[in-house]
Design a protein around this ligand. Sequence first.
Ligand code: NDP
Length: 448
Amino acid sequence: MAFDYDLFVIGGGSGGVRAARVAAQGGAKVALAEEDRYGGTCVIRGCVPKKLMVFASEYHAAMADAQSYGWTVHAGGFDWDAFKTKLHTELDRLEGVYRGILRNNGVESFDARARLVDPHTVELADGTRKSARHILIATGGRPVKPDLPGAEHAITSNDIFHLETLPKSILIIGGGYIACEFACILNGLGVQVTQFYRGAQILRGFDGEARGLVSDEMIQSGIDLHLGTNIEAMEPAEDGYRVTATNGTEAMYQQVMFATGRAPNTEDLGLEAAGVATGRKGEIVVDEYSQTGVPSVYAIGDVTDRVNLTPVAIREGMAFVETVFNGNPTPVDHDLIPTAIFTQPEMGTVGLSEEAARDQEPIDVYCTSFKPMQTAFAGRPDRVLMKLVVSRETRKVLGCHIVAPGAGEMIQLAGIAVKMGATKEDFDRTVAVHPTMSEELVTMKTPI
Ligand code: NDP
């Protein structure tokens, strides 16, 4: 049977665009449909604008530090409009780059929503149908709000980059990556930030000591963090919202933001018609090759709810092309993925937390927490943390956890060593780079 395309990709985010490009470069006839903006969550409403906001938010403290270092500088104030205009110009540029990648590699793109009709047919919003030997679903995810009175008035991370003005005060609900990152960003930009997290400590699942330090530092920097607290209801009031918390207290905030998790974009995709199975959260169920139960249909990225990170979606896209178009079945390696949470200070982590490692086998823990030179000189009380979790039997480093400015950059490199199976003694054999914060990773002698 002749198909219109070898591959039809639904979704023009990081994973979809990468798979489309690499397949097309290998000679496949490829089309891609995107209903919104090219670049997806990462480029348009996630990692990229978030990181630019992190940079913007760090200048306030940097300015104070500069004074401590002898500079005569004064922070005049943050101009949200000026920043926002520049930010969106940059996002427009990046979207253009993504469109260009597709165009320059001969991928036909459709600015339209697409859904499956059957295992080899896609229907575009205008009713046009296209057939393909393989279909790749890379539709990502979206933020979700809990179902509670007044929740419709709250914003999510999708809205934050489009605010008309920065609020004077904000309540952020959640204790995951997004809640913590935006609490720090907005605090740095001068917004009065309150954060509610329903559990005992933010950043559930990460190393206990590391998340404890992030939480301490967030509080120290002025974030009003309430643990064991959730929102019960909210209602519009003059100049903001009146929020009732689960502990019965009421308070006013100019803005409320939910960062309470994300759901896979699988609604109205025609999955049922095509026979593609979904799981409990609505995620597309795939095997290690990203193949669904329907042999011609594959799915990658957040829509599969495996490890929801941009570089992982990209890997999954490349492995898909390798498997399907290059005759080289390639499973995606989801083990020992380094990741960073861009709080202030950042947390960089790879491998097992102390708690998870202890459940697995006998371990030694090497950990140090100290005031780093740069901010200590400026009189700031900030602390950093360097931690290695080591197998007592094999001496392999099972986990590395860093809380420090620049931890994201550090963990990328430490991640290589951990992924290679480095032992504590391999770390010790490496000469320290002095004076740095990360030199502590190779100088910790005694387990705690
Ligand atoms: P997460 O799943 O990480 O966190 C959701 C948070 O909301 C948790 O603290 C959760 O609490 C809480 N929560 C869930 N439901 C409710 C509810 N009904 N009421 C109150 N609190 C609730 O989601 P995020 O939205 O922060 O991020 C989504 C994913 O995006 C991340 O897991 C990550 O994979 C990715 N991401 C990565 C980034 C990076 O690499 N730097 C940055 C941003 C996002 P509990 O812990 O109790 O379940």
